[in-house]
Design a protein around this ligand. Structure first.
Ligand code: NAD
Length: 322
């Protein structure tokens, strides 16, 4: 097919932002996506609808587990951004086999096809979930990997295949370990999206556990920029996070304050599979990619809420922190 950039999972949240950037930059982009029903496929269709008329965009509907289709899609591509995955920690606790098949075997399939098809570089969407159990914070890339969910393990195994394909076959590889990504078009199953929608309707906001878990939240524009830089860099594994963390309870309180909501917070029994803390040390991304986060959580929340509602709720002042 000879498209220079292939984006798997290009109809999803992060993938559709990459499609937008690379199509706008004038690259020939092929999006491979199965429109999986983990969440409403209609959302994914509308994510890519805007590109259908663009001459440098091609949509290929199919599964990364389908060997012959993947082989055809990657033949002669210059760079592959591999994002297609069964996302979601809780989904993987319910169906670990699917997480393994899509995330690990699907990635192996992509790597083999990339090698066979003469692809110059693969950029793999890895995850902070590869770290799991905390030995120290913030996580640098050398922190031990001990995933606490089938999802985390499936992403780690895929990342290890990426490393091996580089070491054994010389395939140029970059793995970007994203720390919880948010922003316009974000997945409906992620906390910021759920909390914001509940807050806007003054409905109770549910938190699993005590709310003391902390997360490093990364704004989508920062993630897109990291991918653009990854296309030009020499390879490696990089944390892509904001470098700041906040507790889930604090996040809910900020969203309530920012939207002037009357929602109250209710605590529910803890769910298995969630890591206790994530927090990125991004020094290596600074050195190797020339990347650093530019959007802090308060600015990111303001932008996300504006996209969601069309209204400007303003930016929470840092001094108003809990
Ligand atoms: N969003 C985050 O916070 C986050 C954090 C760390 C890593 N990641 C990784 O980033 C990538 C994108 O995540 P996202 O949040 O955009 O998720 P998403 O679910 O919105 O996007 C994934 C896309 O992959 C497609 N897909 C699923 N199974 C497929 C299959 N078998 N064949 C082809 N396509 C398939 C889906 O239809 C979807 O469009 C994933 O690899 C995920 O593991 C995301």
């Amino acid at each position: 097919m000879g498209n220079s950039i292939v984006i798997t999972g290009g109809a999803g949240f992060i993938g559709s932002h990459l499609v937008e950037r690379f199509v706008d930059d004038g690259h020939d982009v092929l999006c491979l996506d199965s429109f999986d029903d983990y969440y409403d496929p209609g959302i994914k269709r509308s994510n890519v609808a805007r590109f259908m008329e663009r001459r440098n965009f091609t949509l290929l509907e199919g599964d990364v587990r389908d060997r012959s289709l993947v082989k055809r899609a990657l033949e002669g591509a210059e760079c592959v951004f591999h994002l297609a995955a069964q996302a979601g920690v809780r989904a993987s606790v319910i169906d670990p086999l699917k997480a393994h098949e899509v995330n690990t075997l699907g990635t192996l399939n992509i790597l083999q096809a990339a090698l066979d098809g003469g692809v110059r570089k693969v950029v793999y969407a890895s995850s902070s979930s590869v770290y799991g159990k905390v030995e120290y914070l913030p996580f640098d890339e050398s922190h031990p990997r001990a995933p606490v969910s089938p999802y985390g393990l499936s992403k780690l195994m895929a990342e290890e295949y990426c490393r091996l394909f580089h070491e054994i076959y010389g395939l140029e590889m970059v793995s970007l370990r994203y720390f919880t990504v948010y922003g316009p078009r974000m997945r409906p199953d992620l906390a910021i999206s759920i909390f914001a929608k509940r807050a806007l309707q003054n409905l109770p906001i549910e938190i699993f556990g005590t709310g003391e878990r902390t997360r490093d939240f990364t704004y989508i524009d920062d993630v897109v920029r990291a991918n653009v830089l990854a296309m030009k860099c020499n390879g490696g594994v990089y944390n892509i996070g904001s470098g700041e963390r906040i507790s889930i309870k604090c996040l809910a309180e900020r969203i309530i304050r920012q939207t002037n909501s009357r929602s109250r917070i209710v605590f529910r029994e803890d769910a298995p599979g969630d890591a206790q803390h994530t927090w990125a040390n991004t020094d290596r991304a600074g050195e190797g990619l020339g990347w650093r986060s530019e959007v802090d959580i308060n600015t990111g929340l303001q932008r996300y809420l504006k996209w969601l509602t069309g209204c400007d709720f303003g930016r929470l002042d840092d001094r108003a922190d809990d």
